[in-house]
Design a protein around this ligand. Structure first.
Ligand SMILES: Cc1cc2nc3c(=O)[nH]c(=O)nc-3n(C[C@H](O)[C@H](O)[C@H](O)COP(=O)(O)OP(=O)(O)OC[C@H]3O[C@@H](n4cnc5c(N)ncnc54)[C@H](O)[C@@H]3O)c2cc1C
Length: 385
């Protein structure tokens, strides 16, 4: 059986590997000629790591993962520690460490393992169709390819989604901009084995250790959509957003390289439950576009890939039946996580200032138990529990 996958992001590549493991002949088409991920890094929480382990990539992901043994929330204005705790109870409860990783390294690893023979870059899909048991992808240059199944892993602006839903899905601006990149680990920024988050004024500054002595940093700044900020103004803009903030935040702004810093306006899409039309299915951000506030978008794409393969392998009533089962297994969980992330986003970014102030007060009384409980709740319900 042959599958066409549209898109070579985390979702498309992991689905390619998962389908190949169950004997499918997989071809991936990717529109760009050089895959350059938009973010510097990504936290692969334990559910995502379990999926990579399941795909046979246990050593690869462990090698690129940072050691995140602790977490701390710091008052961004005073540098006072609000709460600091160990992640050991989290790891013990879910059975797997989370790994913050370089996004480019994760992407490159998945591409290397999938191999270049069946991965075609510079091939933009402009339309998809089904006729009987055959699906067809049409490319920008008018050429086509056919298969027994097509997976739309073509991200937040998916063309396959428009086919499956019969209409375009509206993206919703979440009200903030995320600035992210990598800097060398150094003690004047944060401890090297800790996820450190500075909070204040509905803004957030985060430092997570990844491999090879690097911190993945990000700043969240609530602001209007559509502002154009020149790279040359990145530092000045961040300085003004974080005027009066603690020394490590100022040091981070001075140390970051604007040339490799990403500025992303954060959006999501209202959850929907139609992921499948006949032999054409959605996977990853095309099926569930979330804000990154609980770090689960990529992890969900990995979960989708595993469930897709399990449903196709274990159900024998045909591809359409297995895809419906995949959709039914995945869409409730994904919707739940998209809405959790949206709720977290609103509290973190002071959509209601009183609620955010109350959260800061709660953190000052927190010993980690409630935060770990929240993270475990996101991980629980994954297909490999
Ligand atoms: C700032 C930020 C931080 C994040 N942090 C985390 C995190 O910590 N943890 C986490 O799990 N997730 C995180 N996410 C979410 C995560 O990045 C996404 O959920 C994940 O990358 C989705 O992968 P995907 O393969 O579905 O889509 P994408 O990565 O968008 O890949 C889609 C691919 O399809 C290609 N494509 C699109 N259209 C076509 C076409 N017509 N023809 C051919 N190819 C096409 C694109 O070029 C692209 O390569 C974050 C997201 C952002 C924005």
């Amino acid at each position: 059986m042959k599958a066409i996958i549209v898109g070579a992001g985390i979702g498309g590549l992991s689905a390619g590997l998962a389908l190949r493991r169950i004997g499918w002949d997989v071809t991936i088409y990717e529109r760009v000629t050089e895959v350059r991920p938009v973010g510097a890094a990504i936290s692969v929480w334990s559910n995502g790591v379990k999926c990579l382990n399941y795909l046979g990539l246990r050593d690869e992901v462990a090698a690129m993962g940072g050691r995140m043994d602790h977490m701390a929330y710091i008052d961004g204005l005073t540098d006072e520690t609000m709460t600091q705790f160990s992640f050991a109870p989290l790891v013990e409860e879910v059975g797997q460490r989370p790994y913050p990783v370089s996004r480019a390294e994760l992407q490159m690893m998945l591409m290397r393992v999938f191999g270049s023979e069946s991965l075609h870059l510079g091939r933009k899909v402009t339309g998809v169709a089904q006729d009987g048991d055959t699906v067809t992808a049409t490319f920008e240059d008018g050429s086509t390819d056919t298969a027994d199944m097509l997976i739309g892993a073509d991200g937040a602006h998916s063309v396959v989604r428009t086919h499956v839903l019969g209409q375009k899905a509206e993206r919703r601006y979440a009200g903030y901009v995320n600035w992210n990149g990598l800097v060398p680990i150094s003690a004047d920024l944060a401890p090297d084995d800790q996820w450190t988050v500075f909070l204040g004024e509905g803004k957030r500054v985060s430092l997570m250790p990844i491999s090879d002595g690097r911190f993945y940093f990000f700043f969240d700044t609530p602001e209007a959509a559509g502002l154009s900020v020149d790279r040359g103004e990145f530092k000045a803009t961040l300085r003004s957003h974080f005027a009066g903030w603690a020394e490590p935040v100022q040091t981070l702004i001075e140390r970051l390289d604007p040339a490799t810093t990403n500025r992303v306006e954060i959006h999501d899409i209202d959850p929907f439950h139609t992921w499948v039309k006949g032999r054409i299915a959605l996977l990853g951000d095309s099926a569930h576009n979330t804000t990154p506030d609980i770090g689960q978008g990529g992890c969900m794409a990995l979960e989708d890939a595993v469930v897709l393969a399990i449903q196709l392998q274990t159900n024998t009533l045909g591809v359409e039946d297995a895809l419906k089962r995949y959709q039914n297994r995945r869409s409730e969980r994904a919707a739940d996580l998209v809405l959790r992330a949206r709720k977290r986003c609103d509290v973190t970014h002071a959509k209601d200032e009183a609620r955010t102030r109350a959260w800061y007060d709660e953190l000052r009384k927190e010993d980690g138990t409630n935060i770990i409980r929240g993270i475990v709740a996101n991980i629980a319900g994954n297909p490999l529990d």
